[in-house]
Design a protein around this ligand. Structure first.
Ligand SMILES: Cc1cc2nc3c(=O)[nH]c(=O)nc-3n(C[C@H](O)[C@H](O)[C@H](O)COP(=O)(O)OP(=O)(O)OC[C@H]3O[C@@H](n4cnc5c(N)ncnc54)[C@H](O)[C@@H]3O)c2cc1C
Length: 385
């Protein structure tokens, strides 16, 4: 089934083929081992880099492979289809380099964007705070101007792979200490004096750790500011719609991955003689999830197409992320029900999907905020927050 015009795009087809090649070499058993040992999937990342896939979305003059959000979305979907979750190793560097490519100095591009092309540890995104949560503009991490640069104090939470990344992209409040924050973005080495990183006790069935990052009187020079002070929100918003589309595509891929496993099992398993897939109670939930995944693909690839053409893909990005995350979760639920007790046999490689797929309804932005936005901006309902 091909529901989107991008299925006929040669670059998209080449990306899918290249991902299948890398994943065939470093498949699910390899991922499970990395997860169990909590180790970086270095071989897989190197494989992606050698296939040119980590350069998708980066212009050729910066050493990338070119392409826009359509190609990034195809990459994310293809990874999911081979059972690779969009971990912080892949999606965070992709997101961080968007504002740096837009507003960064040549030195910042060298230190943040170029390392994302090699597959080695690169950059972590320090945005979310324990108290502010979804209400990012209530963040407390503050950057104050000094004679020689800036001084940062505060705390971040859930920062993916910050324990490995040599560089941090940090959002801090400049301007008034209270009220809606004026945000400034900073690029700084993680080993800058005053920064400490502590892994948190979080499980999302991915190899990387999520970390608390503390800033205690961290002094950075003026050259650490990305673009102009106070313009951080504008730089970040440029990356939010692509991030949502990429998150949607990753969920669609994983949803298809689990459905394929479910269909195979339901075709073979026959405790009463007939395959359980012939029972509508088993087939319909899977069929319904398939419809949702196909609808999500339409939103996702259309959103990417509009974004790449310079249009406003805000609402489509929201619809894509909402539909993809809910349909992929429904797919996993229907397949687990079809597997019955066998779902809990870890060798069947199904149960692990619960954590990464459930997460897609919460991060990078929870679905309630997406519905808030559709309610107020598309329907014209009064704003709730
Ligand atoms: C595995 C993982 C990796 C992450 N990686 C990163 C990272 O690398 N960098 C980074 O900066 N952040 C990261 N995050 C943070 C992530 O973006 C946040 O968890 C997410 O934005 C939600 O914030 P919160 O958890 O504080 O939820 P809260 O703000 O506490 O909200 C909790 C729930 O309340 C509801 N809710 C909240 N506000 C509203 C509202 N206005 N209307 C209706 N309902 C609402 C929603 O259901 C929401 O799920 C990561 C999180 C996880 C779990």
């Amino acid at each position: 089934l091909t529901t989107s015009p991008q299925d006929r795009n040669e670059t998209v087809a080449a990306i899918r083929e290249a991902v299948q090649g890398v994943s065939a070499q470093w498949g699910r058993d390899y991922w499970r081992e990395c997860r169990a040992k909590g180790r970086r999937p270095s071989e897989f990342m190197t494989g992606l880099a050698e296939a040119g896939l980590l350069g998708v979305g980066v212009p050729e003059e910066l050493g990338g492979a070119g392409g826009g959000v359509t190609e990034l979305v195809a990459l994310a979907e293809a990874l999911g289809r081979t059972g690779v979750p969009l971990t912080g190793y892949v999606v965070v560097p992709f997101f961080c380099r968007v504002p740096v490519m837009k507003a960064g100095t040549p030195q910042q591009i060298d230190s943040v964007v170029k390392p994302t092309l090699t597959g080695e540890a690169s950059v972590a995104f320090a945005f979310t705070e324990p108290d502010a949560g979804t209400n990012s503009f209530a963040m407390r991490t503050r950057a104050r101007k000094t004679e020689t640069g800036w001084r940062l104090d505060g705390q971040k939470t859930f920062i993916s792979a910050a324990d490995e990344a040599p560089m941090l992209l940090v959002a801090a409040r400049t301007g008034p200490p209270e009220g809606r924050a004026e945000l400034t973005l900073f690029v700084m080495p993680t080993d800058t004096a005053g920064i400490s990183v502590t892994p948190q006790n979080i499980s999302v069935n991915a190899p990387e750790k999520q970390c608390s990052v503390y800033f205690d009187a961290v002094e950075v020079p003026d050259s650490a500011v990305l673009g102009l002070p106070g313009r951080g929100a504008a730089y970040l918003f440029d990356g939010l719609n692509p991030e949502r589309l990429v998150a949607a595509a990753g969920a669609i891929g994983l949803g298809e991955f689990v459905l394929e496993k479910g269909v195979q099992y339901a075709t073979e398993r026959a405790p009463f003689g007939a395959p359980i897939g012939s029972y509508q109670s088993v087939a319909h939930p899977m069929a319904r999830a398939k419809v949702g995944l196909e609808a999500a693909r339409l939103f996702t690839y259309r959103g990417a197409e509009i974004f790449d053409a310079g249009g406003d893909a805000g609402h489509l990005s929201n619809m894509a992320k909402l539909t993809a995350s809910e349909s992929a979760w429904a797919a996993a639920d229907s397949v687990i029900q079809a597997f019955g007790g066998a779902a809990f046999d870890l060798d069947n490689d199904v149960l692990w999907l619960l954590e990464p797929l459930r997460l897609t309804r919460i991060a990078p932005l929870n679905n309630e905020m997406i519905l808030n936005s559709i309610g107020s901006h598309l329907l014209g309902l009064p704003r709730s927050y």
